[in-house]
Design a protein around this ligand. Structure first.
Ligand SMILES: Cc1ncc(COP(=O)(O)O)c(C=O)c1O
Length: 371
């Protein structure tokens, strides 16, 4: 029998498995799941129909590596109309979700030992992709109300290669304001720091406005996906958009690990990006109701924290014993330290769960003594 001790890539060994999955595996069978970061709505009908039609029409072969021309065109129109970003189709690569786009972008941009910054707490893949690319991951601490501090960011940006900016943020739900985004992009671009802007939650903002980083500088890669916006996580369809010089190199990474995004999903995404967006507005309104329910309920239980503006998460400060008691009461939430080294003492709640589940979870949390 072959043994693989000492024979696995050191970069791979250096990546930790996401701390999120193990909580689902360990949960009691009747546990209420407020852990998962996945919309609980079905994919809208007209999008599913487009996927089904693609299969019936035998659009089941490889597409161009970059993606279907009409989809890249549609993404440019979306970026122009929704994000005030001007890109030509040549500036777009259609990927297998935002996850692949992040991997491709970081692999393309980062050389051995170069520093990659990201919000800490932040989405788990930024660190892992950096390690796989041979870069040095570096969390950017947030203020006590879980926002970026521009002056501190500027100091940390000196000498860095990339800043991955995520607003609305996972796990915080924070929506950064225009001045912060503009200041980080302008300072970064003036100092050789490429901004990778992960905007997958852009449509789930409740009282604020989304500002895309690429409005404020050229050295910006925009990453987005149909996953959250159209409740299409399993279709695996996203994109990266950026300067031609980067895209021309990035396509080599995409081509050699993915060839092309799934043809069927590309046709479905075309229907999503060119179709009526009422379905997105409906999902947003439902998330807003759930956010208010969960937030008010948690305040009633004695938790104190600022109301998050976006995504479908709340990052709630709590002691370890409270976290344990919530899990024991049969509510799955994720411990803060799954999202970075500075987040012990927090837990992430997701409200991508039905109102009924949120109500029952709050009832269970209410029963915890000393809360
Ligand atoms: C901030 C953020 N970026 C990217 C992703 C990955 O998205 P996708 O499913 O499109 O790969 C996620 C998924 O949870 C996320 O939260």
């Amino acid at each position: 029998m072959a043994t693989y001790t000492g024979r696995i890539s050191q970069r791979v060994l250096d990546v930790e498995m996401s701390g999120i999955r193990k909580f689902f595996q360990a949960a009691a069978p009747d546990a209420i799941n407020l852990g998962i970061g996945q919309p609980d709505f079905p994919t809208p009908e007209h999008i599913k129909e487009a996927g089904i039609a693609a299969i019936r029409n035998n659009y089941t072969g490889y597409t161009f590596n970059y993606g279907l021309p009409e989809l890249r065109e549609a993404i440019c129109t979306k970026l122009a109309q929704e994000n005030s970003i001007s890109h030509a189709p040549e500036n777009i690569i259609v990927t297998a979700g935002a996850g692949e786009a992040l991997y491709v972008a970081i692999t393309t941009l980062v050389r051995e030992g170069e520093r990659v910054l990201f919000q800490d707490p932040g989405f788990v893949s930024y660190e892992a992709c950096t390690v796989l690319a041979g870069g040095r991951p570096e969390g950017v601490p947030l203020t006590p109300d879980l926002r970026l501090d521009v002056e501190a960011c500027k100091e940390q940006m000196d000498g860095a290669r990339v800043f991955v900016l995520n607003s609305p943020g996972n796990p915080t739900g924070t929506v950064e304001d225009e001045e912060t985004i503009r200041a980080i992009v302008e300072y970064g671009n003036d100092h050789g720091v490429t901004i990778i802007s992960d905007e997958v939650y852009e449509h789930f903002i409740y009282d604020k406005t989304h500002y895309s980083a690429a409005r404020y500088g050229d050295d910006v890669i925009t990453i987005n996906a149909t996953s959250k916006t159209y409740s299409m996580t399993g279709w695996r369809l996203g994109f990266m958009a950026g300067p031609g010089e980067v895209i021309e190199e990035a396509i080599k990474v995409h081509q050699n690990c993915q060839t092309c995004a799934t043809s069927i999903s590309q046709y479905a995404a075309l229907a999503a990006y060119t179709g009526d967006n009422t379905c997105v507005a409906e999902m947003r309104e439902e998330y807003r109701i759930r956010r208010d329910m969960l937030y008010d309920g948690l305040l009633d239980c004695g938790f104190e924290f600022p109301k998050p503006d976006g995504a479908f998460y709340m990052f709630v400060p709590m002691e370890q014993k409270t976290f344990r008691a919530i899990i024991d009461a049969g509510v799955v939430i994720i411990p803060g330290d799954a999202f970075g080294e500075r987040s012990a003492g927090y837990a992430r709640f997701s409200y991508a769960a039905s109102r009924n589940d949120i109500k029952s979870a709050l009832e269970r949390i209410q029963t915890i003594e000393g809360q």
